[in-house]
Design a binder for this molecule. Sequence first.
Ligand code: NOJ
Ligand code: CA
Length: 557
Amino acid sequence: MSAYASNSLDWWRSAVVYQIYPRSFADGNGDGIGDLRGIIDHLAHIAGLGADAIWISPWYPSPQADGGYDVADYRAINPDYGTLAEADELVAAAHRRGLRVLIDLVPNHSSDEHRWFRDALAAAPGSPERSRYIFRDGRGEHGELPPNNWQGQFGGPAWTRVPDGQWYLHLFDVRQPDWNWENPEVAAEFDDVLRFWFDRGIDGFRVDVADSMAKDQTLPDLPTDRAGAVRMDKYVGHPSWDRPELERIHRRWRAIADEYTDSPQGPRVFVSEAYLTPAARLARYVEPGRLHTTFNFDYLLAEWSAQSLRHVIDQARAAHAGLGAPCTWVLGNHDQERIATRLGRSRTGRRFTADGVATEEIGVHDDWFKQFPLDPELGQRRARAAALLELALPGGAYVYQGEELGLPEVLDLPEDALRDPTWERSGHRMRGRDGCRVPIPWTAEPGYGWGQPTWLPQPADWAGFSVEEQDGDISGFLELYRAALSYRRGLAALGDGDLTWLDAGENVLAFTREPGFTCIVNFGEQPVRLPAGEVLLASAHLRGGTLGPDEAAWIER
Ligand code: NOJ
Ligand code: CA
């Protein structure tokens, strides 16, 4: 029997994709760093959860200046993680279990240790080697000022000067030089990288910052406010984000993926990572012939309220209508505060209005956000309800490793343990994203199944969150996820399709999906009556036909 018999070629339209952050998923050789052997050994956990696919964050050789999103070689495996032969073994083992495999494509920038960047530094200004990246002369009398006022995403200028006086552009860390996508050699190189992995059986790519490769070639200054601060949002017409020239790049990749449509494995797919709002802007990325799906970050960033989530869900559905692309839903990833913590704060995210526009541009991992007081127990309760909402919505869904365990953010990592470049680049003002990247607990005993010390220290009180402790505990997170994903596989109403809202009151979201399914979530402070039908699954123990505050239920009519 073919390894793909269990899931159709349209698997990606409704897939539950489990995100693996390889450094923190599982340790196969006991050195405290996650690796491919660890993934292979724990595929049973993911298949047993009921996911359809895995997405593995960058596994390439990398100096880890940005957690692997600084790629030194796009066609190899980080020796800390394993070998290319093990990657092949992993793909085959995942396929045998019916799991599709997505990996990360990082096309906006490489590592400064990439061979082509080293060549560029060794070559002269104006050379073909330099033209693979974005080198410019500086401004000022002696070129001592950066070519423009762009700022890096982790803080500080987006330009760094090299010894001969030129500057290179890096939208992210100083060690992540941006590729020059105007150079045909760069485009051809990425074509080849795609084929390299597709030929090895990879089912698709998550495209890192899919909205950033193209730049306005005049590299104009960004607008500043009265205080002189550079505008950091991705406004329409921005010289480095969401440029019209991106379409050409996306379509070129799609054509390569489509070359594989008739392979036994079926079509290869892309999911675009782009923090763009509102949904209509992002929907252009999934127009026919472009990318397949795109992360819905409005959904991730929205506050826990019936109003905001309803607006975001409706905007996404409206924007996708007629495109033939399914919506996707995401609660967390390796860049965001873990949902079980975020939803326990007095402020839980962005407020969205009826037109789907956020009232402000906060990111949930901003330190600003962390000032809001936290009730961990409330966060756990809401995260359980959030999971049932996410998994009932039409389209695909993402589960970030540890979400299925209800893992909280680690808020008290010692400063000398912090690895996110945000910490250094912000002059120690922002701690960054390490708190959601701590190695996840497998066993209950000290070390949680990891060699010690782990690359980021694990909290002493995580035994209760471990897979071992939660296995079989029907009141725990893990069994809730297992049950939800098992229903999702069994019920025709779930996955791809549409929904119909029910009028259930101001602080309630309730909708039906056909045939015969209802999901209800209570965001209010009062219990609400359950709709008619049999309760299949609930985020909490239900009493007397009602749903308590911050609880959700799945009902069969
Ligand atoms: C998005 C990735 O998810 C994040 O971790 C990374 O820092 C940036 N892109 C830059 O590659
Ligand atoms: Ca290891």
